[in-house]
Design a protein around this ligand. Structure first.
Ligand code: NAD
Ligand code: UD1
Length: 348
């Protein structure tokens, strides 16, 4: 019997790629998403890309905080596990509107955990973030590094990690994977699904992509005086398809004996600077990205990259793609969909 997986936030960037890999892997997938930061079109395309597996996807548009709706869903379907992506993720907005972030991310998660518990579904994979390492004292970051929060968004990740640990302590029947993602970039190689942020992108590659298609005049490089090879910030960029596959590995791990509440980094273990990333994108796209050099962005760390040892050993998962493929697939998506899932009129 195919396993049933509930994917919250499955219409979003990482969610849509993970849903596709799940379908191709033979899972039955139910997505709950309020489409606050995503489009139904993403799931239509996932269904097409999944071919014969497409009919194994169903979608429910509602907010995770809508407990009666979630109850109804759990009453009608027996889920083997839940992958929980749904949440707000814009760091700057979280500083401006902390209550919005605490309400959405924390109440959404607590409601989900309550309903799962009530229905005896106690297997969870949660999207945490490398943001919990703050400005790490050394690299690579291992999972036992001290954690901290630099902003309300990051605090929601820390709180949810702690909530999950408490839930497990109170009831060891729970099996939970806290996955700390580094910097997801790129898109499915088909160019049919990818990242489509609303408004001005906060993250590097969506911004670069919008410059390349002529939606923005130049990339502002935040900080040129870091102690790095070229003075710009260094991050661990991971292809979103590799990241999606990491979720399948985590899901399989949940079935092994002895699993409690575990934490794994999902990254490549390699650091790349802003200028290296821009150069790789220029090569992949043949487009020149005009740069404006600027001061550091508040709250930014200098160098962050993952130790991937634990994930490689225990999840039996390893990234396949490098910067070249990330930029190739990002450009393929951008050139085919310069306005993401929307039209020039529906976005700024
Ligand atoms: P995304 O915004 O594309 O996807 C999140 C999805 O959740 C969206 O489709 C949104 O509509 C939905 N959603 C939000 N609140 C909801 C609610 N209350 N009820 C139902 N649906 C809701 O973001 P993403 O990049 O795919 O990120 C997915 C998860 O991974 C998030 O939790 C994010 O914090 C985490 N994460 C992302 C990154 C990154 O760089 N993209 C890095 C680390 C962690
Ligand atoms: C940011 C978030 C972090 C979140 C992560 C993934 C902040 C302070 N941190 O981290 O909480 O987990 O995204 O979603 O927002 N850069 C530019 N110009 C730009 C954008 C970025 O030079 O227009 C630089 C940054 O200074 C950084 C690198 O590019 O050195 C990567 O930035 P970004 O993609 O925003 O990711 P993080 O900084 O890792």
């Amino acid at each position: 019997m195919a396993k049933n997986v509930l994917v919250t936030g499955g219409a979003g960037y990482i969610g849509s790629h993970t849903v596709l890999q799940l379908l191709l892997g033979g899972f039955r997938v139910v997505v709950v998403d309020n489409l606050d930061n995503s489009s139904r079109t993403a799931l239509d395309r996932v269904r097409e890309l999944a071919g014969e597996h497409g009919p194994n996807l169903s979608f429910h548009e509602f907010d995770l905080r809508d407990k009666p709706a979630l109850e109804k869903l759990f009453a009608s379907t027996k889920f083997d596990a839940v992958i929980h992506f749904a949440g707000l993720k814009a760091v700057g907005e979280s500083v401006q509107k902390p209550l919005l972030y605490y309400n959405n991310n924390l109440i959404g998660t607590i409601t989900l955990l309550e309903v799962m518990d009530a229905h005896g579904c106690k297997k969870l994979v949660f999207s945490s973030s490398a943001t919990v390492y703050g400005w790490p004292k050394e690299v690579p970051c291992t999972e036992d590094f001290p954690v901290c929060a630099m902003n309300p968004y990051g605090r929601t990740k820390l709180f949810i990690e702690e909530i999950c640990r408490d839930v497990y302590r109170a009831d060891p029947e729970w099996k939970i994977m806290l996955l700390r993602y580094f910097n997801p970039v790129g898109a499915h190689p088909s160019g049919c699904i990818g990242e489509d942020p609303r408004g001005i992108p906060n993250n590097l590659m969506p911004f670069v992509q919008q410059v390349a298609v002529g939606r923005r005049p130049a990339l502002t490089v935040y900080g040129t005086d870091y102690s790095t090879k070229d003075g710009t910030g260094v991050r661990d960029y991971i292809h979103v398809v590799d990241l999606a596959d990491g979720h399948i590995a985590a899901l399989q791990k949940l079935d092994e004996p002895g699993i409690g509440c575990e934490v794994y980094n999902l990254g490549t273990g390699k650091g790349t600077s802003v200028l290296e990333m821009v150069a790789a994108f220029e090569k992949a796209s043949g487009k020149k990205i005009p740069l404006v050099m600027a001061g550091r962005r508040p709250g930014d760390a200098e160098i962050v990259y993952a130790s991937t040892e634990n994930a490689e050993r225990e999840l039996n998962w390893k990234t396949k793609y490098g910067i070249e493929e990330m930029c190739r697939d990002q450009w393929n998506w951008a050139s085919k969909n310069p306005y993401g899932y929307g039209s020039p009129d529906s976005t700024d």
